[in-house]
Design a protein around this ligand. Structure first.
Ligand SMILES: NC(=O)c1ccc[n+]([C@@H]2O[C@H](COP(=O)([O-])OP(=O)(O)OC[C@H]3O[C@@H](n4cnc5c(N)ncnc54)[C@H](OP(=O)(O)O)[C@@H]3O)[C@@H](O)[C@H]2O)c1
Length: 299
């Protein structure tokens, strides 16, 4: 099958391309040059914010299925530049959805737990979004654009994505490992409940949803464990055998540009019931993360 992945240089998109390569005819779509290890896929340099180049790339490829994982994910950056956030996260998703509509392609658009206000999580798919801040609002509007414009579409929400694979970008989880390894203190929010999602697990679930199901609507394809960030940091430290100081801080005490949902996290019962690729509990996800990290350190 001809499968395209946007955001291919990203945490989730990169994991998806690695899982697809060699099994399908794959177009990896990203901004600028490819930063993935060489593999059995074609690369298209296309900007989600320019109004048409991603749409053109998908049409030229004659995509049959599209995993849309590209997005402006810098939450405070979106708050600083709401127009850019809108262009990429809404306009870019609109481009992808229009191409899918024209091609009759199935679409899975990746979204976020930030569509919820964080008053009463963890949230199920039936809970009503109430996004706060530019990133959250643009992602919620992107969900609607995808669901409205692409007839065969599912939205897959993930949260706090991380990966230990070589070349994957720095995240809270990798910073915990790096800082504690250097003997530095780690600060972690004690009042933010999250559902950390190992990119490779999120990619496997979203790809199964894309390629092996025709279910439409919203699915939560996050990790199976909701916990606060201090607990997350402590579990990362324990899995890596790292001692060191993890200092709890409260969100209100740190100057952040964009609002953060506090009691967030995603319930994953729907994904559990539908998918063979199961949302991983934190222990299993951290085992994989540790293995990725050890392989990367050995290189
Ligand atoms: N990261 C998280 O914690 C998190 C949490 C919840 C939901 N999500 C969602 O999960 C999906 C995948 O994100 P991720 O975790 O893989 O984050 P990521 O690593 O930041 O990946 C996003 C990708 O989108 C690309 N991108 C940004 N602006 C673009 C533009 N104008 N044109 C083309 N590509 C552009 C980025 O390119 P560059 O690599 O060149 O910057 C990056 O490769 C997104 O929908 C995101 O909103 C992420």
């Amino acid at each position: 099958m001809r499968v395209a992945v946007t955001g291919a240089n990203g945490l989730l998109g990169g994991a998806a391309v690695a899982q697809l390569a060699g099994r399908h005819d794959v177009l990896a779509v990203g901004r600028g040059a490819c930063r993935l290890p060489a593999g059995a896929f074609a690369w298209a340099d296309a900007d989600l914010g320019d109004g048409r180049s991603v749409e053109a790339a998908l049409r030229d490829f004659r995509a049959e299925a599209v995993l849309h994982a590209g997005a402006m994910t810098d939450v405070d950056g979106c708050e600083r530049e709401p127009e850019a956030a809108w262009c990429v996260n809404v306009g870019g998703t609109e481009q992808v959805a229009r191409a899918c509509r024209a091609l009759g392609a199935r679409l899975v658009a990746v979204s976020t737990d930030y569509v919820f206000d964080g008053e009463a999580g963890p949230y199920g798919e039936e809970d009503v979004p109430n996004p706060r801040g530019a990133y959250a609002r643009s992602k919620r509007c992107g969900e609607e654009a995808a669901l409205l414009l692409a007839p065969d579409c599912a939205v897959a929400r993930v949260a706090v994505v991380y990966s230990g694979r070589p070349g994957a970008k720095s995240t809270f989880a990798t910073q915990v490992v790096e800082k504690l390894s250097r003997g530095e203190v780690v600060k972690a929010f004690s009042d933010q409940i999250v559902s950390p999602t190992l990119a490779e697990n999120g990619a496997a679930m979203t790809l199964e949803l894309l390629l092996e199901h025709d279910s439409r609507g919203v699915f939560h394809t996050a990790g199976a464990t909701a916990l606060d960030r201090v607990d997350f940091a402590r579990r990362v430290a324990a899995r890596f055998g790292l001692d060191g100081e993890i200092v709890p801080v409260r969100t209100a005490d740190v100057k952040l540009l964009a609002p953060r949902p506090l009691r967030a996290g995603l319930r994953v019962d729907r994904a559990r019931a539908l998918l063979s690729e199961q949302p991983l509990a934190i222990e299993a996800a951290l085992d994989l993360f540790h293995r990725q990290w050890s392989a990367r350190s050995a290189q």
